[in-house]
Every structure is written in C-alpha cells, then in structure tokens.
Design a protein around this ligand. Structure first.
Ligand code: NAD
Length: 309
C-alpha cells in the first residue's frame, strides 16, 4: 500500500515542489496530503499537480499554529494514519535585533518550532503503535550555524535541531526515523517576502551604525549569496524525495554542496572563533570591496563574485 505523506506549507516553495514530486512518483509509492494554511492559495499547487490531483495528491487545510486545525486535518485522513510527516512550514525574520518586536520573534518560534512539535505530538502515537514512521524536518544550515541579523530565525532552527536529535534516540526503539534537512539559500518566495518586509520596515530604536551595517553590508551580501549559490526548490525537493525513499534515512542531510565550506568551519574549529571571524570578514571586508565596485577579473563585470557559480 502507498505510504501516506503529510506535508505542511505546500502553497509555495519547497513544500509545493515536494508534494508534486512525491505525487508523481513513477512507482506510486506515496499518497500525498499537501496542506496549507490558506486554501485560497491552492491554485498553483493544483495546477502543478496535474493528473495527480485527486489520485495520489489531495489538498487539505492546516495551520501549524492551531491545535484545532491539526486535529481537524488528521481526522480527515483515511484511517488517520500518517506514515511520513514533513514539517516544512516556516517563516523568516531578518533585521537588527533592537528593531524587531518580541511578538515577531515569538511568531517565528510558534511557526517554525512549536508548529513542528504540535504536528509530531499528533502523529507520534499512531506511528509508535504501528512501530514505523519517518519524520522529516525542513531545518536549515542556520540550524547548525548562526547567521548575522537572522538571530531569532536561526534560534528557531537550532531549537528544531536539538529537539529532534534528542527525540531520534528514543524513536529508534519504535523503528521511527527522523531526518533534519538543512538547505542553504533556496530561491523561493521566502527571501522575496523577507526582503519586501525589510525594505518597508523602519526598525525603530536601532542606532545608525547598526542600520548601516544591515542595509549596506548584510543585505547586498545576502542577495549575492542567493544569486550565486541559491538552489531551486525543485533541487531541494529532490533531495527530500531521496531521503523519504531510503530504507535507513540519515539524521541530517544538507542539500547544497556549495555551502559546505562555510558549514565545515564549525566542525574544523570547535571553539567557534574560526566561523565567527570568517563570516565577519566575509561580511565587512568583502562587502566593502563589493561596494567599491571592484571589477571581476574573469569578465570585468562590476559585481565581484564572492562565490564561484
Ligand atoms: P515559502 O515561503 O515558499 O514556504 C513556506 C510555507 O510555509 C509557505 O507556504 C507558508 O504559507 C507556510 N506557512 C507559514 N506559516 C504557516 C502556518 N502557520 N501554517 C501552515 N503553513 C504556514 O519558503 P520555502 O523556502 O519553501 O520554505 C520552506 C521551509 O524551508 C521553511 O521551513 C524554511 O525555513 C526552510 N528553508 C528555506 C530556505 C530558503 O532560503 N528559502 C533555506 C533553508 C530552509
């Protein structure tokens, strides 16, 4: 029988791509329940799903921040059994700490961390009874390493990493696997929404130096990073499809080999200084060169490439 896969946050990005790829599995191994908070946005998914809609893919409402919504969604699944849960829904938050409200940070934790915890608590008793299951969590490389001006977002992903690594130990007794998927930059609505928020945000109570570092150093570096090594949501979804199809899924899976040099800095120097100093240098030294309009030696363009394409 096909495995029932429940995915959160499927109206766009990685969740949408993953739902479509699993639903088109040529061996028809999956019955996908593609969920989203606002069903008014289901058009893009339905179009991308094509023939699979109503066959191997159904769309359902699910707000990961609401107990009622989770209960309602699970009650509509045939037999109530979820074999694979993919915690994908997430929100970002970027900017100087002094200018961001605690409520905004709490919303990030409610969605990214407690949203995943809420879903896992709901499906775990069934998985334990059946002695099988797979919980996939879309974390981030920011769950492994902090990134400047992304403090609350990175913290929410660190929280996921600690929570699910701890849980993985117990769940092996039940033949239930956990996988933390850690993408680097992915070109989805995620970055677009964030940049839009940031461009209109005022960031009150933030001193001019910090605002200058944020606007003139962080933002261009971040754009450059997405532009040069950003992955497509299709590529990330492909990695997740493989993880879901494997018989012994790994606890952690990074998706972007081009990010590996940065990710390796922490492992190489457990004191943490190497990572902090290297990223500081990347941000404040290289960006200055970029702002000065240093010409690229390869093609003479004005954009100096920090990352090879
Ligand atoms: P996205 O914005 O396209 O997708 C996020 C989805 O989560 C959206 O469909 C959104 O509506 C949904 N969502 C938000 N709050 C929700 C809620 N309360 N209930 C249900 N759904 C909700 O962006 P994406 O890049 O596809 O993000 C998917 C995941 O990948 C997120 O967890 C994100 O943190 C992670 N991620 C993204 C990147 C990146 O650079 N885009 C990098 C690493 C990890």
């Amino acid at each position: 029988a096909p495995r029932t896969v429940l995915i959160s946050g499927c109206s766009s990005g990685i969740g949408l791509e993953l739902a479509v790829q699993l639903a088109h599995d040529h061996r028809q191994r999956y019955q996908v329940v593609a969920t989203m908070r606002d069903l008014g946005k289901k058009g893009t998914l339905e179009e991308a799903a094509g023939d699979a809609l109503g066959q191997t893919l159904t769309v359902a409402q699910l707000d990961v921040c609401s107990d009622e919504s989770v209960a309602q969604c699970l009650s509509c699944i045939q037999g109530g059994e979820v074999d694979v849960l993919v915690n994908n829904a997430g929100v970002g938050l970027v900017g100087p700490l002094e200018g961001i409200s605690l409520a905004a940070m709490q919303n990030v934790f409610d969605t990214n961390f407690f949203g995943a915890v809420r879903l896992v608590r709901a499906v775990l008793p069934g998985m334990k009874r059946r002695r099988k299951g797979h919980i996939v969590v879309v974390s981030s490389v920011m769950g492994l390493q902090g990134v400047v001006f992304n403090e609350a977002y990175a913290a929410s992903k660190f929280a996921l990493e600690g929570f699910f690594e701890s849980l993985a130990v117990q769940l092996l007794q039940f033949n239930i696997f956990i996988t933390l998927v850690e993408p680097g930059p992915v070109v989805t609505d995620f970055e677009g929404k964030l940049l839009q928020q940031v461009s209109t945000a005022e960031f009150p109570d933030t001193d001019p130096d910090t605002l200058h570092y944020f606007r003139d150093f962080y933002l261009p570096t971040s754009r450059e990073l997405f532009h040069s090594i950003g992955q497509s949501p299709q590529d990330v979804a492909q990695v997740i499809v493989k993880v879901i199809g494997s018989t012994r899924p790994p606890l952690r899976r990074q998706t972007n080999a081009r990010y590996t040099p940065l990710a390796a800095l922490k492992a190489v120097d457990p004191s943490g200084s190497l990572y902090v100093r290297a990223t500081h240098c990347l941000l404040f030294r290289w960006t200055r060169l970029l702002n000065l309009g240093l010409r690229c030696l390869a093609c003479g363009c004005l954009r100096f490439r920090i990352w090879p394409r």
